[in-house]
Every structure is written in structure tokens, then in C-alpha cells.
Design a protein around this ligand. Structure first.
Ligand code: PAF
Length: 275
């Protein structure tokens, strides 16, 4: 942490612009798009790799989470990353550690309801990464839509001097949203996982076709997802894109968010839909 802070302070003194891409490693196309965008927009490109234990609940996949540090570092180098910041768990959470960032309402709905404590862990570690790296800009993917909104909220509420940049979801050619957890999927499960993005695209067509009743749309999406017995729906929500309040009528623009387990692997996806 001290080394990172020193490096950041020196670079800032020289007038350099710092960009941070926070990751938990096991890079996929989504990470690469964040790194590419951040690289275009900065003099010093920092990528953090830290599998953050506090954002995983008991019984979740912290131990099993895909890790390939050597490959990530090599890829980072090839992509022109200047600094890979990879603190240890012991340094991030030493004996006696007590402080967390806790969001109100938005931290406890959707993924926050299914994964109690998840956003508390995410926001706390992101604040710690911001403190150590002190970047001008930080890049996050829109696949974790709720996370992105909460990070923006934290930056606003704590008056942090960092610009949060959200980047569009990267999808495989068949529509599957890029995710480190896709590595867990068997080929059958991967086929079933395609149902998530398909349901979102079908929902968009349904809205374009005139559907304005959010509850009816939600029921349709759930029924499409449940046509596949490998898919267990956690939630489907039709929300206001800025507040994540569930809407009754589909007005100008909504974001449809969903989470489901496919043969035990929890996947999330979302799509912004305009009328
Ligand atoms: O989106 C992620 O990979 C993580 O939640 C983040 C933002 C790196 C915090 O650990």
C-alpha cells in the first residue's frame, strides 16, 4: 500500500494522469476493454488484482474463484499496463480490521438481498483501492450495474476526487456476457446460460412491440428463463436506470436486471431498454 501511494504521489507531482482498473483477476474480454479504455485516457495505467474476501459470503466461491496471476500480469504487460497493484489479504485486512462502507437501500436490494454483505465488501475494498492508488479516473463494467451505481454513489457521498467511468458489457458472439465465472460452466451449462441474454433481448423486443406493464414483462422474462430446468432464477427486476427503483409502467428508459444460477453458478446480466 505504501509503495503504491508513493508511486501515485510521484506521478501526480509530475503532472501525470492516473487511471485505475480494479479487478479480481482472471482477465476476460470485459477486463481487456476496461484496460484499453483506461490506457487511452491516462499517462499511468494501474490495474489492481485482488480477490477480495469480504465481498464473498459464507458458502460462496471465494476459495474456488478463478485465479491466474502470472497470466494476468503477462497480459497486463502486453496491454501496456504500467503498474499491477496486487496487495495481500493480510495487508488489506490486518488483524483488528474493523471499517466498512455500508450503503443504505441500494446496497440491500437485488444482488444485495441475495448476497448479504456483498456490497459492503465491494465498496470497502474499492474505497481502499482508491485511497492507495489515488487515480483521476476509475473504470468499471456495466455488467455489474448495481455495483457501478453504488460506487458512483459512494464517490458522490464521500466527495471523492475520482471520476467513475462505466463501460458497456462485453458479450461473446452468441450473447453471453463476459464473466470470470463463465469458466465454471460445463458446455451444457454454457448453453443454458445463453438463456439469460436471450431473455433480455426478447424483453427488449417485447417493449419495442408496445409492452409497458413492468410486472407483466417481468413475469414473461421469468417464464422464458424457467423453460430451461438448469436455470434457477434469483431475481428479475425492471428498474429506473439511475435509482434502481422498480417501475410499474415502462416509461422512457428502464434497465432490466437479472440473476440466476445455472447448474450452481450464479450469473448476472442486464440490459437498458428504451421505449
Ligand atoms: O467487479 C469486480 O471485479 C469487483 O467487485 C471489484 C470492483 C474489483 C472489487 O473487488
Amino acid at each position: 500500500v505504501a509503495e503504491m501511494k508513493e508511486c501515485s504521489a510521484e506521478e501526480r507531482d509530475r503532472g501525470r494522469r492516473l487511471a485505475l482498473v480494479p479487478t479480481m483477476g482472471a482477465f476476460h474480454e470485459g477486463h481487456l476493454s476496461l484496460i484499453a479504455a483506461a490506457g487511452q485516457d491516462s499517462d499511468l495505467l494501474v490495474v489492481s488484482i485482488f480477490v477480495n474476501p469480504t465481498q464473498f459470503g459464507p458458502g460462496e466461491d471465494y476459495e474456488a474463484y478463478p485465479r491466474d496471476f502470472e497470466k494476468d500480469v503477462q497480459q497486463a504487460e502486453e496491454l501496456g499496463v504500467h503498474v499491477v497493484y496486487a496487495p495481500s489479504v493480510e495487508e488489506m485486512y490486518p488483524q483488528g480490521y474493523e471499517m466498512y462502507v455500508e450503503a443504505d437501500r441500494t446496497g440491500h436490494i437485488l444482488c444485495g438481498r441475495s448476497r448479504p454483505g456483498h456490497f459492503r465488501g465491494v465498496l470497502s475494498v474499492v474505497l481502499k483501492l482508491f485511497t492507495a492508488v489515488n487515480p483521476h479516473k476509475a473504470y468499471f463494467g456495466e455488467k455489474d450495474y448495481q455495483q457501478l451505481l453504488l460506487i458512483r454513489r459512494m464517490v458522490a457521498d464521500f466527495h471523492l476526487d475520482v471520476e467513475v467511468v462505466g463501460m458497456p458489457i462485453v458479450r461473446e458472439p452468441d450473447g453471453l456476457a463476459a464473466s470470470s465465472r463463465n469458466a465454471y460452466l460445463s458446455s451444457e451449462a454454457r448453453q443454458s446460460a445463453l438463456g439469460l441474454s436471450r431473455a433480455l433481448f426478447r424483453a427488449r423486443e417485447t417493449v419495442t412491440g408496445g409492452e409497458r406493464d413492468a410486472a407483466a414483462l417481468r413475469r414473461k422474462i421469468i417464464s422464458w428463463l424457467e423453460e430451461d430446468r438448469r436455470v434457477v432464477v434469483d431475481y428479475v427486476a425492471v428498474c429506473h436506470p439511475e435509482t434502481l427503483e422498480e417501475v410499474r409502467r415502462i416509461g422512457e428508459e428502464v434497465v432490466i436486471l437479472l440473476a440466476a444460477k445455472v447448474e450452481g453458478t450464479r450469473l448476472i446480466d442486464n440490459l437498458r431498454v428504451a421505449t
